[in-house]
Design a protein around this ligand. Structure first.
Ligand SMILES: C[S@@+](CC[C@H](N)C(=O)[O-])C[C@H]1O[C@@H](n2cnc3c(N)ncnc32)[C@H](O)[C@@H]1O
Length: 289
């Protein structure tokens, strides 16, 4: 641990506030890299003689901040970690930083299935850091999860995250293109969830450098209209879901209507759009008849 005075740290925070740099990002860096949470800091007073113990030396911490501000590199990639729901996940350049709006998928899935006692098999297609699958098995002890990703390095991070958080073995991990690695689950999956790459080309090309330079393109880019992966997932879903099984997709703000049409075409009913907390139709749901 590296000791610094509370005063030095607060003076640095004050300078950053003065420069109008993003103070939430600074607190995240202090937490994830320095090991000092925002609430720890609130307990200290600027004029106190208190000492603070950091996980890295102050100079290195400042260098990481400069790396963040000059290159627009997200703190999560600098720190190698991210908070999502009540978990801390390891993050590398191979995985998307799990987004706050995606957190809601866990409640949507639990609401759809209803009773906590139900034993079901679910699939998290394109698991990335593993966030969705891990949260679901931890909150639903009777659920067995399958997590897939096309990227073997992402899948390794997902498995590592699961092993760190849980000693159970309720998730099986498979590498491959959407449903392809799940042949032996054909017709047995009760619930499939995916936050697939859905950003249309024109939007992708205008994303800020913090995203385009650091987050994996394969996690975001959904082809010309953003729907190319979603079409693959929906068209193959009937081979893998049980009759009455559910599909939950996260989507771009304007895609839900088109996704509902696709779901209808492939034999789904009970179609629904769920708004995220920002009021955007972020999730589209259907049940395979
Ligand atoms: C938007 S990210 C979602 C990651 C994570 N589920 C989350 O919500 O934070 C999409 C994920 O799909 C994976 N992916 C992209 N194309 C795929 C494919 N053809 N088959 C399976 N996974 C794919 C990416 O590697 C990435 O991890």
């Amino acid at each position: 641990m590296y000791e610094i005075s509370a005063k030095d740290l607060f003076l640095w925070i004050r300078d950053i506030k003065k420069n109008r740099e993003d103070i939430d990002d600074l607190y995240l860096l202090l937490d994830l890299v320095g090991g000092v949470s925002r609430s720890d800091l609130f307990l200290l007073k600027i004029n106190s003689n208190d000492k603070i113990f950091l996980k890295i030396d102050f100079h290195s911490l400042k260098k990481r901040w400069i790396e963040h501000t000059q290159l627009s590199k997200p703190i999560q990639y600098i720190a190698g970690g991210a908070y999502w729901r009540n978990f801390k996940f390891e993050i590398t350049a191979d995985v998307l930083i799990p987004r706050v709006e995606t957190e809601q998928i866990v409640e949507i899935a639990s609401d759809i299935i209803g009773s906590k006692d139900r034993k079901i098999i679910f699939a998290d297609l394109g698991t990335g850091s593993g966030s969705i699958a891990i949260a679901l098995v931890l909150e639903n002890k009777n659920w067995k999860g399958i997590a897939t990703d096309i990227d073997i390095n992402a899948l390794k991070i997902a498995e590592k995250n699961y092993r760190k958080i849980s000693s159970e073995s309720n998730i099986n991990f498979y590498c491959g293109n959407w449903w392809e690695p799940l042949v032996h689950y054909a017709g047995r999956i009760d619930l499939a969830i995916s936050n697939p790459p859905y950003i249309p080309r024109s939007v992708y090309e205008r994303l800020p450098s913090s995203v385009i330079d650091f987050e994996p393109k394969k996690a975001l880019y959904g082809g010309e209209d953003g729907l190319s992966h979603i079409k693959q997932i929906i068209s193959d879903a009937p081979n893998f879901l049980v009759k009455g099984g559910w599909l939950i997709l996260e989507n771009h703000f304007d895609q839900s209507k088109k996704i509902k049409n696709l779901l209808r075409e492939y034999g789904f009913d009970s179609l629904n759009t769920v708004n995220d907390t920002f009021g955007i139709g972020r999730f589209t749901i259907g049940r395979y008849k």
